[in-house]
Design a protein around this ligand. Sequence first.
Ligand SMILES: [Zn+2]
Length: 390
Amino acid sequence: MTVSSAPSTAPFDLVLAGGTVFDAATGASRVADIAVAGDRVARIATGLAGEGRQVIDCTGQYVLPGLVEAHTHIFADVSKVGAPPDEAHLHRGVVAAADAGTVGASTFAAFDKYVVRSARMRLVSFLNVSVLGLIDFRFGELLHPETLVAEDALAVAAAHPEVVRGFKIRLSEDVVGSQWRPLLKRSLALAAEAGLPLMIHIGETPEPLPVILDMLRPGDVVAHCYTGKPYGILADGKVLPEVYAARERGVLFESAHGRSNLSFDVARPAIAEGFLPDVITSDTSARNWRGPVFDLVTSMAKLRALGMTMEQIVPRVTLAPARLLGLTAEGYGTLVEGGPAHVTVLEDTAETILPDAAGNEISATRLEPSLVLLAGQQVPTVPWRGSPAA
Ligand SMILES: [Zn+2]
């Protein structure tokens, strides 16, 4: 990445020159320059390279709105699954992220004070319906069903609308025991009362998926759509008709890789059939950020190796998650003149063998963040946490 300087009379602070700039709504791309003034995108056009006091050559690189991650775990030092947000995400190209149920009503105040307000990046929460949140994965947070205290969850959501953008229930047998149905019903009721979506993870309760999908409302989110666990989206190698019907009704599906959920054997036929996630997420946590998940850009590279195009991927890591998290009004998820200069520049790197959650491997051209702008400011990037030789 070549950096050069122009006369100090140049009108823009910074120009990202010659990159392949993506439209977050359509995924369409064109070669263009992006001029930044202060914390804003001033212009997107060609021929701006002479007008920046600093010019960064982005030729051959992908220029995207700052990435938005809709499913991660970031309550570091409190939860066993919590990773530090800026280190795990911002420095790897993600400018806004949602914690997915690590935090419950009883731990929210600490999360807000020590994580949300101390991070540089924008953070929101799918609040766990259990007041306990996901503190320690060895002890399911809903095994004592009375820990679902609707009034507490609703009170936190009402007091912190800038952070709580939905609720989360983990439908795992080791979390909900045999009580998945009444707990899901109560969770849906409280989400409806708050007017917010419910995120549900699947594949770990002993009921076929359509039974669960039938209960969901438009806007609710199915996490881990490519899970290899029983009762996923496939039957005989085909995506279930009930899955398409749920999507038709407005139920969303996100890919949440996680330590134990992305299966290449599920994702490959589903993508070939045209069943793409509505939102691409990594489910990065302290248990997987050194592998097999690593980060969102590695999840993007895996899905690309499985058949998705950049045109399909980009909207699903920018505008779609920004909409889901209610962050479009703040300018996240798009790159437009006058909008905030949150920009992630990615480059293709060497072919790397990458694993799924079951240890199956695929050879993929990885994506690396070569430049990250947060409100016009360059933030440091850190190298990929896997071994390039692995
Ligand atoms: Zn998760």
